[in-house]
Design a protein around this ligand. Structure first.
Ligand code: ADP
Length: 176
């Protein structure tokens, strides 16, 4: 199995509360760099890696072991941008860098309302964002120094995040 040092391109994780802009950033990054965009939610649906449905939060429950098996080959090759809200159950060796997107409550509330989420789901996501649940999870699960928090409220911040990540990719290439 390819280890981190033998990959031809790095694997990047983009995590964050739903609505913080993971798919927007991930897709644009892949368009600009040619990296492979991996939406864990979409892969899980397509490959039947779901384990029931959470009626209260109105979302599918991911079978974590099955999705890891499903993604193992593509992750071993490197060059992936993985989009999923949480990241604590993935193998640590998969990722060279982890970004956690952060959005202000008011902005996030508007985005989730626009998405048609029910009040309970909006409240649960906003409080998760306030208590920085995903950021803490990422920091607990990955090595110091590879987890980076990125603000994700405005178009300017999106551009600046893209610039920073592309810069990081250039540096990675020079070092490998
Ligand atoms: P996620 O994948 O984290 O659920 P999305 O990428 O679907 O979030 O973004 C949620 C909404 O917020 C979309 O309507 C998207 O256009 C918008 N959005 C995402 N990032 C930004 C940003 N940096 N500035 C302004 N709007 C954004």
């Amino acid at each position: 199995m390819a280890n981190q040092n033998s990959r031809v391109a790095p694997n990047l994780m983009i995590a964050g509360t739903p609505g913080t802009g993971k798919s927007t950033l991930g897709k644009e990054l892949c368009q600009r760099t040619g990296l492979n965009y991996v939406s864990v939610g979409e892969v899980a649906e397509a490959a039947d890696c779901m384990d029931g449905y959470d009626d209260e939060l109105q979302c599918g429950i991911l079978d974590e072991d099955r999705i890891i098996d499903e993604l193992e080959d593509v992750m071993s090759q490197g060059g992936n941008v993985v989009d999923y809200h949480s990241c604590d159950f993935f193998p640590e060796r998969w990722f060279d860098i982890v970004f956690v997107l952060r959005t202000d409550n008011g902005v996030l509330h508007s985005r989730l309302t626009e998405r048609g989420y029910n009040e309970k789901k909006i409240e649960s996501n906003i409080s998760s964002e306030i208590f920085q649940v995903i950021l803490d999870e990422a920091r607990d699960s990955y090595a110091d120094g590879i987890v980076h928090e990125l603000p994700s409220n405005t178009a300017d911040e999106l551009e600046s995040n893209l610039d920073q990540i592309i810069q990081w990719l250039e540096t990675w290439k020079m070092q490998h």
